[in-house]
Design a binder for this molecule. Structure first.
Ligand code: FES
Length: 153
């Protein structure tokens, strides 16, 4: 019925799926793999709630087809912690109250990790600019920025 085989590497695990070719990575994660930490906000590349990493670079998974991610390393929010040990960015968000309702938080954290790793968090302005694609309706921006900057320093 038009479905194709798609092989993905997600958080270090190989996943073999049957998908419609046009299935987004976001829907694949949430609806086919039960990885619901990655959120669907706008579904149009405007909010950042769906941010994941592909080969360490952040992407909006709502704008990425699952087939385009074959042969690459996909990391979601579920893959950040090492067992019981949270990623430093997760610890920093807790410490600085970098969330209110929490809906945007997984995307904020994935963007924050990429921000620091790629060297875009050396000043407040630079980090704010890099993180500007991640919308927070609660307006937790100062605390999010504080968390990102702490990890960068
Ligand atoms: Fe992908 Fe909003 S859900 S950017």
């Amino acid at each position: 019925s038009g479905q194709i085989n798609v092989s993905l590497n997600i958080n270090g695990q190989a996943k073999n799926l049957r998908l419609e070719p046009r299935t987004t990575l976001l829907d694949t994660l949430r609806e086919h793999l039960d990885l619901t930490g990655t959120k669907k906000g706008c579904d149009h590349g405007q909010c950042g709630a769906c941010t994941v990493h592909i080969d360490g670079k952040r992407v909006n998974s709502c704008l990425t087809l699952a087939v385009m991610a074959q042969g690459k390393q996909i990391t979601t929010i579920e893959g950040l912690a090492k067992g019981e040990e949270l990623h430093p960015m997760q610890e920093a968000f807790l410490k600085h109250d970098g969330f209110q309702c929490g809906y945007c938080t997984p995307g904020q954290i994935m963007s924050g990790v990429a921000c620091v790793k790629e060297g875009h968090a050396t000043t407040d302005d630079q980090a704010r600019e890099w993180m500007s694609g991640n919308i927070c309706r609660c307006g937790a921006y100062p605390n999010i920025l504080a968390a990102v900057r702490e990890v960068a320093n």
